[in-house]
Design a protein around this ligand. Structure first.
Ligand SMILES: [Mg+2]
Ligand SMILES: [Zn+2]
Length: 219
C-alpha cells in the first residue's frame, strides 16, 4: 500500500472477540465464530491489512490443556475464519509476572514486530479492559467491542467502543480510507469510474490528518 496509512495491521483478541468465549476450551468442535467475523476479517485482508491474534491462555500455565490441544483449536479457528499472519499467545498466569499477559503490552509489541510494523500502526480489537489497556500501553489504538460480560466501567473507560466486530472493522477501514484518495481500479469500466470519481472527490475534501499518530483518534 502506498501513501499515508493509519494502520498496517489489526490485532484481535481471541475469546469473546473472534469466537464465543468457551472458558479454557480445548475442543475444536466448540469453536463458534462471532456473527459476521469471516466477512469482516476478509474485508481487512482485502484492504491489505495484516492480521494477528493476541490471546491470553492461562489454561496452559494451569495445565487445563496442552499446547498441542491449543494448536488444534487454532487450526479450527483458521479453518472457519481464514488465515492469520501471526499468533501471539501468552501461556502464563497472573502470578507469573510475565511481560506478555494482557493488560501488559508484550503481545502487542511481539505481534507488531512479527508483522514488520510498529504498535502505533496497529489497531487492537478486544472485549475487555485488559485488551484496551495492552493496546494503549504499547502505543497502539484500542477498540472495545463489549459483550454481556464486559464490565460497565471498562466500557466507560474505553476511548473507542464499537457495537460488534463488523462495525469495528468498518470504522477502521473508514478511517484508513479517509487518508488516501481512492485509486482507479485496473480495467475498470465506465460504471466503476463513476464510483472512483465519487471516492476521489470525497477523499479530496477530507484533509489527511496524522498528528499524534493512531492513538490520537482515541478521543
Ligand atoms: Mg477476550
Ligand atoms: Zn505471558
Amino acid at each position: 500500500m502506498s501513501g499515508p496509512v493509519l494502520f498496517d495491521a489489526v490485532l484481535l483478541d481471541r475469546d469473546g472477540t473472534l469466537v464465543e468465549d468457551v472458558p479454557y476450551n480445548s475442543d475444536p468442535d466448540k469453536v463458534r465464530p462471532v456473527p459476521g467475523a469471516r466477512v469482516a476479517l476478509d474485508r481487512l485482508r482485502a484492504a491489505g491489512l495484516k492480521l494477528a491474534v493476541v490471546t491470553n491462555q492461562s489454561g496452559l500455565a494451569r495445565g487445563l490443556f496442552t499446547e498441542r490441544q491449543l494448536h488444534r483449536v487454532h487450526r479450527r479457528i483458521e479453518a472457519l475464519l481464514g488465515p492469520f499472519d501471526c499468533w501471539q499467545v501468552c501461556p502464563h498466569d497472573d502470578g507469573d509476572g510475565c511481560a506478555c499477559r494482557k493488560p501488559r503490552p508484550g503481545l502487542v509489541h511481539a505481534a507488531a514486530r512479527a508483522l514488520g510494523t510498529v504498535p502505533t500502526r496497529c489497531a487492537l480489537i478486544g472485549d475487555i479492559g485488559r485488551d484496551v489497556t495492552a493496546a494503549l500501553a504499547a502505543g497502539a489504538t484500542g477498540i472495545l467491542v463489549p459483550t454481556p460480560v464486559t464490565r460497565a466501567e471498562e466500557v466507560a473507560a474505553a476511548p473507542w467502543v464499537a457495537a460488534d466486530l463488523p462495525s469495528a472493522v468498518a470504522e477502521i477501514l473508514r478511517r484508513q480510507a479517509s487518508l488516501s484518495p481512492a485509486k482507479p481500479l485496473p480495467g475498470a469500466g465506465s460504471r466503476a469510474v463513476a464510483t472512483v470519481c465519487g471516492g476521489r472527490h470525497r477523499g479530496a475534501g477530507r484533509r489527511p490528518h496524522r498528528t499524534g499518530g493512531a492513538v490520537g483518534f482515541g478521543g
